[in-house]
Every structure is written in C-alpha cells, then in structure tokens.
Design a protein around this ligand. Sequence first.
Ligand code: ZN
Length: 178
Amino acid sequence: MVQLSDDYMMGLALDEARIALDEGVFPVGAVLCREDQVLGRSRKTMISNHLNHAEMNLFHQVFSGDYAFSRNNGLTLYTTLEPCIMCFGTMMHLPITRLVFAMADAYGGCAHVRLENSPPRHFSRAVEIVGGVRRRVASKLFAEFLDTTAEEFWLTGGASHFQAAVRAELDEDVLQRR
Ligand SMILES: [Zn+2]
C-alpha cells in the first residue's frame, strides 16, 4: 500500500523532471507531500545556477514565509535523484521526516552520509530514507538528457560516476530484453 503511494507520488516528480528535460535542463523533479496531500512540486531550473536544484526550488515554494508544519505532520520529500549535500542539509533543517528518491547519485548523492560525528542537532535527527522508487524511469530521463545536452560539463565527461551509472542502468535494460 505504501509502495503504491510512493510510486504515484514519484510519478508526479517524474512529470516535473520531464518538463525540465523539455526545457533543456538536467531532469530532476521533486514533490513534497503531507501524507496523501501534495504540498508543492518543482524541478530544476536554469542551467548555470548551483542553487536552483529541484529540491531548493520546492523548499522555497512550500516553506517561504511562516509555516506551521512540524515533524509530526508526516512530510515526505520525493525526488528523482538522490539529494546533494545542499539539498539534503536543507531538508535536515526542515520538518521533513521521510525521503524517497528514484535514482542514487554515485557522484554527489548524500542521502546515506554518515552523521555519527555531526553535532547533536543532526546526530539525533531521524529521517526514513527509501531509494530506488521508479529508478528505471528516472534513469531513462537522465540518459535522454545526456544524449541531447550541449552543455560542456557533460560533454567533457563531468560527473563521470553519475554518467556511468546511467549507462549501466540502460545496459541492464538491453540485457534483460535479450
Ligand atoms: Zn541539490
């Protein structure tokens, strides 16, 4: 039952990622939910801005101004790619208690960063983390982006761990179809 709901919500995040891709932007989409209620949805915008990640755009959308959410509200963040250190760190400051992502980011993903040596605020912070939900669909969008982008960073092999992971995912698809 939970899995069905996660699949559905991730579908909304993937819709956002598809819009980003159509705009020529790295296709990450994100959705914030309070149980079954969608509070906001967003995607990565602009190419040359390191702050405009899908999750940051979403956080500004939902949490700018006063808000009454607490950690008891069951807020879940859905994102099509494992969050980077900026987005993961910001999430830890917000009353979000569950993170669901599609594809792990072998290059810069921080969802499983170890917090044992961090100060008490972070050390005691409990977030349930689920990875791999609709991973194939997300990786196909990334592959499509890598095949079509004109950005120097990607064309010269930037984030090579990530690019290799996307290709490996697709190779696996080809093998399974044989
Ligand atoms: Zn980020």
